[in-house]
Design a protein. Structure first.
Ligand code: SF4
Length: 425
C-alpha cells in the first residue's frame, strides 16, 4: 500500500504531517511523492488566508482526480472551521485527534462510510505527535504547544486550533534526548510558544533551563517565535548566560502603528515593543531579531503605513515576514471598517519586502568580521545561531558546531572562515 502526504500550512502543520506520515509508515505504507499513484492521500489544510483555504479545496479535487479509488483524508485547521466545503473527503479530521488518522483510514477502507471527527480541539488537552523526519539532518522541530487564547482580531487560529495547551515537560525532555542522538539543533515550536506550560506550572524559560541541563548533548536550542509580551527578564537572563540558545529571536510585531495595533487587538504599543528589543540588544549584542508584519489591515491609512515603515526601520530587524491582510470569516476584523483596496495592499507588501531586503543586507554587513558559531549542514555550509546561512572557505565535518569569522557578503553569499570546533559537552 502506498500513501502520500501534503502540507499546505505552517511549520507546525508540517510537523504534524510528518508525524502522521511516520505512523502510516509504521503500519507498512510506502511513502510516495505527491502526484504518484497512491492508495491513501492525506492533506493537511491551512485556514490562515483565503488563498490557503482555496488551495486546500483545489488539492482535494486534484488528489481525487489522480487517485479515483484511493482514500482521501483531509485534516487540520481548514477542515476544523469549514468542514461543509470539504464534504468530498472520505476521512475528515479537524484539529483534535490527528493521531487517530491511521485508524480512521482503516475504518473507511473496511466500511466505505465517510469518517468525520471535528471534536473541540482543546477538549482532551495536548495531543502528543512525534516525528523523526525533518527537512534537514541537523535541525529538528519539536511541537511543544498548541492553540491560542489571545484572539487577535484578524486571526482564525484560536477557532481552528482551540485553546492553549502544552506537551508534558517530561515528554519534552525525553523527546529532545531522543532527537539529540541524531540532530544537533532542536527548534521548539508551537502556535503561541511563549505561553508554554501554564497547566504544568512551568514557564517556557524553566523548560528551556531543564532541557539545557538534562540534555547536555544537545548543541543548540532555538525557539521558532515568541511574543514581545512573553520575553520575561527570566528568559533574557537565561539567554545571556547560555550560549547554546541560538542568537535569534522572531518576535511578531504585525504593525508599527499604535492605532492599527489597537484595532488588531495586540496587547502592546510600539513604545513597549521598542523598549523590549532595545533591552535585548543591550544584553545580547549582535542578536538577530526578525518579525512578522501584516500590511493593509482595515484602517491602515497611507499615514499609518508610513508610520509602520519608519518604526520598522527604527527596530533594525534582520528580516521581515510580510503578509498582506486577508479577511477570514468569523474573525472580529469582519466587523471593522476601513478595508484597504487589494491593489494598495499588494503595493504596501512589495514596499515592505524591499525594506526587508535592505534590512537583511544591513544586518549581514554589520556582522562581517565578527565571530559566530556555525552548525554545519554540509561540509562547507551551515547556519549561525543568528540564522544566517554561511559558506565555509575550507571544509569542516558535517553536523558540528564550528567557530568561525564572517568574512564577506557578495551576491547573496555570506562567507566564513572556520577556526575549529566548539566543544559543548
Ligand atoms: S497571538 Fe494572535 S496572531 Fe498569534 S495565534 Fe494567537 S490570536 Fe493568532
Amino acid at each position: 500500500m502506498k500513501c502520500s502526504l501534503i502540507n499546505l500550512g505552517c511549520k507546525v502543520n508540517a510537523y504534524e504531517t510528518e508525524s502522521i506520515g511516520r505512523m502510516l509508515e509504521e503500519e507498512g505504507y510506502e511513502r510516495v511523492e505527491v502526484g504518484e499513484p497512491s492508495d491513501v492521500t492525506v492533506i493537511f489544510t491551512c485556514a490562515v488566508t483565503n488563498t490557503a483555504a482555496a488551495k486546500s479545496r483545489k488539492m482535494i479535487h486534484r488528489a481525487r482526480r489522480m487517485n479515483p479509488d484511493g482514500v482521501i483524508c483531509v485534516a487540520g485547521c481548514y477542515a476544523q472551521i469549514e468542514p461543509e466545503v470539504l464534504e468530498d473527503a472520505d476521512v475528515l479530521v479537524g484539529s483534535a485527534h490527528k493521531r487517530m488518522i491511521p485508524e480512521y483510514i482503516r475504518q473507511f477502507q473496511e466500511t466505505h462510510i465517510p469518517v468525520r471527527d471535528l471534536s473541540d480541539p482543546s477538549a482532551d488537552g495536548f495531543e502528543t505527535l512525534l516525528t523523526d523526519r525533518f527537512a534537514d539532518r541537523t535541525r529538528a522541530f519539536l511541537k511543544i504547544q498548541d492553540g491560542c487564547n489571545q484572539f487577535c482580531t484578524y486571526c482564525i487560529i484560536p477557532f481552528a486550533r482551540g485553546r492553549e495547551r502544552s506537551m508534558a515537560p517530561d515528554t519534552v525532555i525525553e523527546e529532545i534526548r531522543r532527537i539529540s542522538a541524531s540532530h544537533s539543533e532542536v527548534v521548539l515550536a508551537g502556535i503561541h510558544t511563549g505561553r508554554y506550560g501554564k497547566e504544568y506550572g512551568i514557564t517556557l524559560t524553566q523548560l528551556m533551563e531543564r532541557i539545557l541541563k538534562e540534555v547536555p548533548e544537545l548543541q543548540r536550542l532555538r525557539i521558532s517565535s515568541i511574543e514581545v509580551t512573553e520575553l520575561s527578564g527570566e528568559f533574557l537572563d537565561l539567554m545571556e548566560r547560555e550560549p547554546r540558545i541560538a542568537r535569534h529571536l522572531h518576535i511578531p510585531l504585525q504593525s508599527g502603528s499604535d492605532m492599527v495595533l489597537k484595532r488588531m487587538g495586540r496587547p502592546y504599543t510600539t513604545a513597549d515593543y521598542l523598549k523590549r528589543i532595545q533591552e535585548i540588544r543591550q544584553r545580547i549584542p549582535d542578536i538577530s531579531i526578525s518579525t512578522d508584519l501584516m500590511v493593509g489591515f482595515p484602517g491602515e491609512s497611507e499615514e499609518a503605513f508610513e508610520e509602520v515603515l519608519a518604526f520598522v526601520r527604527r527596530c533594525e530587524f534582520s528580516f521581515l515576514h510580510v503578509f498582506p491582510f486577508s479577511l477570514r470569516k468569523g474573525t472580529a476584523a469582519e466587523h471593522l471598517d476601513g478595508h484597504v483596496d487589494p491593489q494598495v495592499k499588494k503595493q504596501r507588501a512589495a514596499r515592505c519586502i524591499e525594506l526587508s531586503n535592505e534590512l537583511k543586507e544591513r544586518y549581514i554587513q554589520s556582522m562581517l568580521g565578527k565571530e559566530v558559531v556555525i552548525l554545519t549542514e554540509t561540509e562547507t555550509s551551515g547556519y549561525t545561531g543568528e540564522y544566517l546561512e554561511a559558506v565555509l572557505s575550507s571544509p569542516m565535518a558535517k553536523g558540528r558546531m564550528v567557530k568561525a569569522v564572517l568574512t564577506s557578503y557578495n551576491n547573496g553569499i555570506l562567507e566564513a572562515e572556520g577556526s575549529g570546533y566548539l566543544e559543548t559537552e
